[in-house]
Design a protein around this ligand. Structure first.
Ligand code: WT7
Length: 657
């Protein structure tokens, strides 16, 4: 630890020891979009709820008006029923028509230092050209298009062109492997894949086209592959199938008719991990999703689009990027920053240089990033002028009070409210969060549900627990951006989210409400890990491990980690004829990276002769987690063979990374 970091730790400890709460600063309240405390009470009633979302819906441009706000037949909601609209029109044409064509949509910054500024008029032009290009390949309303790209401007362009056509996109994060991409292409039978030759990450190139080639070779539905030239590296070329993006758009007119979409037409699929090895294709539809993300983006980030420069540091390949880099911000005519690379590359303060360069006013990132910067210490970015910042946001995992306080003090200069936003791929929009002009903050708490959202915390039996108690979070009223199901698997939809407590949405998170009714999210309660804000299924990693020839059986748990929230800890039983070794552990870690993606590579592999199981043969993951965290094990009477635990425990001190 350097002296600077040690001093910071002391300052943060003092700050937290006071149990300080943070009311909105008066100067912030003066200009806040929402400062009327009644909004939460008002939207609690059905009437107030309807009035709120009616007003929010009326902000959009409709090709045909909707006739009914919503319908609800558990577990299926419809919103803005009967309406017709196009998402790309609402994100682009509408603003250009309103005279905002010259406003910057994105300040884009490439990792090697190249940059581009794109206005709304330019973005509309490019989206129209690419819409025409995709149509020239035969893409029509309803066709699924896979997108596997780095964080370059062509990524939002591709998403918006799909939206203009009404072709649902399925964006696959560029960190996923060829295998993972193939599974997602196959599940939705995508006919087109849009990718790039490569993408920059910490100075190296990620071979996206090579992965896409491999993935496509394993699937049968893909007819065309569109490739953006980004790194200039050499790629294999399949002339009957492959098209350079720049060739396709050359000569295309900069106008393209938008498809009139029904409010409930599919806008996109986004795959996320569940408790089985098979990822779920979460379905989001058109109107409710757009209204939900636009509204939450506006109020939670207190957006003043004329003056704000908003930077969400997530990758567009995850839902945070879909909702709060692309659709919400563009619907609100925001000027945003997109950065291609790692926030600490090549300099530890790269992120701060960018924030200073564009005079960013709002920053939205994950606790894991905050903790990484915290480790470097604030002197690393002292030379960067962050005085333009006025609001900070956090997302992806519970934020520990220390990281919250450090973020507030050193990045926010003690003047910026911090909004800790809880939500999921499935909810589409933020569900629990402070309203920065209203809510008094407590470090580590996501505070209260968004206006109109009704949440509860339940015990095992489904009774609401009293204040001060912990339990399972549920959501009780439909919301516009909620998922409409799992692609091709209605049963799993019902089972995963609506069966634990019949008729109530079960997100899989533990939660506690304190004596003041503040919500404190406690992490997942199912077999899902959260590593650096990325959701990874334990079973998915297990099946990747057992797919290796040396592995007989595997059990995977998330162990708490000071930097990444959780880290992947794997127990592995080898097949006979294979001996434990560091080399084999390394090979297995690489194997998982290849099957899923580098971010899913286990941090530790422990070889063990046996695993603790219940008498019915179920692996006791909770016990394994306790062993991994070297916790007291408590009651193990349901174990079939209690001796196993001792054997594993004796070894656990020796497991190497
Ligand atoms: C899971 C959803 C939401 C976009 C990024 C992740 C955890 C998310 C918070 C928060 C505590 C959080 C939950 C949730 N989570 N935000 N502010 N406080 N936990 O999306 O991959 O769908 O993961 O992330 O456990 O269920 P996701």
């Amino acid at each position: 630890m350097t002296d600077d970091v040690r001093t910071e730790t002391g300052a943060i400890e003092n700050l937290l020891r006071e149990e300080r709460t943070f009311p909105p600063p008066a100067s912030f309240v003066a200009d806040a979009l929402l400062s009327d405390r009644d909004i939460l009470a008002r939207t609690a009633s059905e009437e107030g709820f309807r009035a709120f979302w009616t007003e929010e819906g009326n902000r959009l441009d409709w090709m045909e008006p909707w006739s009914e706000l919503y319908s609800w037949e558990v577990p299926y909601a419809k919103w803005f029923i009967g309406g017709k609209l196009n998402v790309s029109v609402n994100c682009l044409d509408r603003h250009v028509a309103a005279g905002l064509g010259d406003r910057v949509a994105y300040f884009w910054e490439g990792e090697p230092g190249d940059s581009r500024t794109i206005t709304y008029a330019e973005l509309l032009d490019e989206v129209c050209r690419f819409t025409n290009a995709l149509r020239s390949l035969g893409v029509r309303k309803g066709d699924r298009v896979a997108i596997y790209m780095p964080m370059i401007p062509e990524l939002p362009v591709a998403m918006l062109a799909c939206a203009r056509i009404g072709a649902p996109h399925s964006v696959v994060f560029g960190g996923f492997s060829a295998d993972a991409l193939a599974g997602r292409i196959e599940d939705a039978a995508c006919t087109v894949v849009i990718t790039a030759d490569g993408g920059y990450r910490k100075g190296a190139s990620v071979p996206l086209k090579r992965n896409a080639d491999e993935a496509i070779a394993r699937t049968t539905s893909v007819e065309h592959c569109v490739v953006v030239r980004r790194t200039g590296e050499e790629v294999h070329w399949y002339p009957d199938r492959d098209h350079w993006y720049h060739d396709l758009v050359a000569g295309q007119p900069a106008v393209a008719d938008p498809e009139p979409m029904d409010s409930e037409d599919l806008l996109y699929l986004l795959y996320t991990s569940g408790t089985t090895a098979r990822p779920k294709g979460i379905m989001h539809t058109t109107a409710g999703y757009l209204v939900g993300v636009a509204s939450t983006h506006r109020y939670i980030f207190d957006l003043h689009p004329e003056t704000d420069v908003y930077w969400c540091m997530a990758d567009i390949g995850w839902v945070t990027g879909h909702s709060y880099i692309v659709y919400g911000p563009l619907a609100n005519a925001t000027s945003g920053i997109i950065y291609e690379g790692a926030i600490d590359f090549p300099d530890r303060d790269r992120w701060a240089q960018i924030a200073a360069k564009y005079r960013a006013t709002i920053l939205y990132t994950a606790p894991t990033a905050i903790r990484a910067l915290m480790k470097y210490g604030h002197t690393e970015f002292e030379r960067d002028d962050l005085s333009s910042l006025r609001l900070l946001g956090s997302v992806g995992e519970p934020i520990n009070p220390e990281a919250w306080a450090w973020y507030w003090k050193y990045i926010g200069g003690e003047r910026c409210p911090v909004v800790d936003t809880w939500w999921q791929t499935e909810t589409g929009m933020i569900m629990i969060s402070p309203l920065p002009g209203i809510t008094t903050l407590k470090p580590g708490s996501a505070t209260f549900p968004f206006p109109g959202v009704i949440a509860d915390v339940l015990d095992e039996a489904g009774n609401s627990v009293s204040l001060g108690q912990g339990g399972y979070l549920v959501l009780d009223r439909p919301w516009p951006a909620m998922l409409r199901g799992i692609y091709g698997d209605p049963e799993r939809y019902q089972q995963t989210y609506w069966s634990r407590y019949p008729g109530r949405y079960f997100p899989g998170d533990g939660c506690k409400r304190d004596d003041d009714g503040y919500y404190w999210l406690l992490g997942r309660v199912d077999d899902v890990m959260n590593v650096s804000g990325h959701r990874i299924s334990t079973t998915e990693v297990e099946s990747a491990l057992v797919a290796h020839a040396a592995v007989a059986e595997a059990a995977v748990v998330g162990r708490s980690d000071p930097l990444t929230g959780q880290a992947i800890f794997s127990y592995v039983i080898l097949r006979s004829g294979h001996e434990p070794s560091d080399a084999l552990a390394g090979e297995l870690r690489e194997h998982v990276a290849e099957m899923i993606g580098k971010f899913a590579r286990p941090k530790q592999i422990m070889f063990t002769p046996d695993l603790p199981k219940t008498r019915s043969g179920k692996i006791m993951r909770r016990l394994l987690r306790d062993i991994a965290e070297q916790r007291d094990l408590g009651d193990v009477t349901t174990l079939a063979d209690a001796g196993v635990v001792n054997t594993i425990r004796e070894q656990s001190g020796t497991a190497e990374e």
